[in-house]
Design a binder for this molecule. Structure first.
Ligand code: UDP
Length: 425
């Protein structure tokens, strides 16, 4: 057996490849989280390997980001996009490939931090082969998702059982907000060690450009009232609520109101169904002349759209955290968000933005109008949001907190290790 190396860590994200373009198909917050946490830990001196399932034959097997940080794509199942609900059957192969990779490289990771339930299953299995510290971030909880799903997928019971086993047996569960921690306790299990470490954002990238300059670069009129959304096209993101709210806005027809929707793949990909549905609603409501579908946004434009917007709307049905909210706040613009999950942790109502009941298009319309009708107050909300992000939510502070926790877990004697009770067989 190979000796574990103390500062070699693996971030495992089977379905959230940290090196892909964000915004297409299922790529979103999980991919950003893994990449930014990996980079922040590498800056602190850890040897970081981030593992994902290879989902395209064109993707290189290894991406070397820095000398001490790489993305490693393991072939487990066909090298093409596979919906998350269909990936479970390929996990045993993923575990085998991970073990073979360690053997080839001649070391064993002493710590793995898994992301999303599929990866937690991998973490649980790896522990049967080697001694390691296991941390996990859920990103989404089946127990919440399935509350509002009519037709449960066949994988649902496996997911719920795995999420419970992981909470009860991992060395630490990372909750990204107190709200997410509360849901784990109430809906998943009363056992297990949870620690709250929020997500972060890039405070240099977001907030680094002035609104006038951003508008000039993007060709947006100075008098436009821009309502902005960016994120994955998934019904649970509530884009329909936003569109219906804009249709109800009292500013419609009066001011130069513009709805800009960022994210989504090209037609024919898995998220195209939701995109087509939303476009259909936009057309039906007569909003096509004021709505722009921007497609997938990234470098160099995403930060410009945030800077150019008057308000960013996050109409999700649920969010454990919600990175878009932080990005908007860091960009100095107010947010209107659903009063759910971690959005209640990041947004301070009436101070950095407004929180309204999810799916309530009237309430969203009123909140959007309040902000658009009061530019000075909107500016104040945006500035306070920026300050809040600078103080509490940078990736470097997230990395430092995780690094301290990893060190603590790796150095504590095995006998006092915070092992939670094993689930009954
Ligand atoms: N994102 C992006 N380009 C897009 C759409 C989304 O870069 O076209 C990014 C967005 O900026 C954010 C992440 O994807 O960093 C979405 O994270 P969030 O936590 O808001 O939602 P999730 O995808 O986890 O549901």
């Amino acid at each position: 057996m190979y000796l574990p190396e103390k500062n070699r860590i693996a971030l495992i994200s089977v379905t959230g490849d940290p090196a892909v373009e964000i915004g297409k198909e299922e790529a979103g917050g999980q991919n950003v989280y893994v990449r930014e946490v990996g980079f922040a830990l590498a800056r602190l001196g850890w040897q970081v390997d981030m593992f994902a399932r290879r989902s395209s034959p064109d993707d290189p097997a290894i991406v070397q980001h820095f000398p001490n940080c790489r993305t490693i794509r393991l072939t487990a199942g066909p090298a093409k996009f596979i919906h998350r609900d269909e990936v479970f059957v390929y996990l045993p192969e993923f575990v085998r490939k991970f073990l073979a990779f360690q053997q080839r490289e001649g070391f064993e990771y002493s710590l793995v931090h898994t992301n999303y339930w599929l990866s937690s299953w991998v973490g649980i299995k790896l522990r049967k082969h080697q001694s390691l510290i296991h941390l996990h971030t859920y990103h989404s909880l089946g127990a919440i998702k399935y509350r509002t799903t009519n037709n449960l997928p066949p994988i649902a019971s496996t997911r719920l059982a795995t999420e419970k086993a992981c909470l009860e047996t991992a060395d630490r569960i990372i909750a990204t907000s107190p709200q997410e921690a509360g849901h784990m306790r109430r809906l998943v299990s009363a056992k297990g060690a949870i620690e709250i470490v929020p997500c972060g954002t890039d405070i240099d990238r977001f907030g680094g450009v002035k609104r006038e300059e951003a508008r000039q670069q993007l060709g947006i009129a100075p008098d436009a009232k821009v309502v902005f959304y960016v994120g994955r096209f998934d019904p649970r993101k509530g884009i329909e609520t936003l569109v219906r709210a804009v249709a109800k806005s009292s500013l419609r027809g009066e001011a130069n109101l513009q709805l800009m929707i960022g994210g989504g793949s090209r037609a024919g990909q898995s998220d195209g169904i939701e995109r087509d549905r939303i476009e259909g609603i936009v057309n039906k409501l007569g909003l096509s002349d004021i709505t722009t579908f921007l497609g997938q946004l990234g470098n160099p434009n995403l930060h410009l759209y945030y800077a150019a917007a008057d308000v960013c709307v996050i109409p999700s049905h649920y969010e454990p955290f919600g990175l878009v909210t932080l990005e908007a706040m860091a960009s100095g613009i107010p947010v209107v968000a659903s009063k759910v999950g971690g959005l209640q942790f990041t947004v301070v109502p009436e101070v950095t933005g407004l929180l309204v009941p999810p799916k309530d298009e009237e309430a969203f319309a009123t909140a959007i109008d309040r902000i658009l009708a009061n530019p000075e107050w909107a500016n104040q909300l945006g500035q306070t949001g920026r300050q809040r992000v600078e103080i509490a939510f940078s990736w470097d502070s997230v990395g430092a907190t995780l690094s301290a926790l990893y060190t603590k877990l790796l150095t504590q004697p095995a006998s006092v290790s915070v092992r939670t009770p094993q689930v009954a067989a």
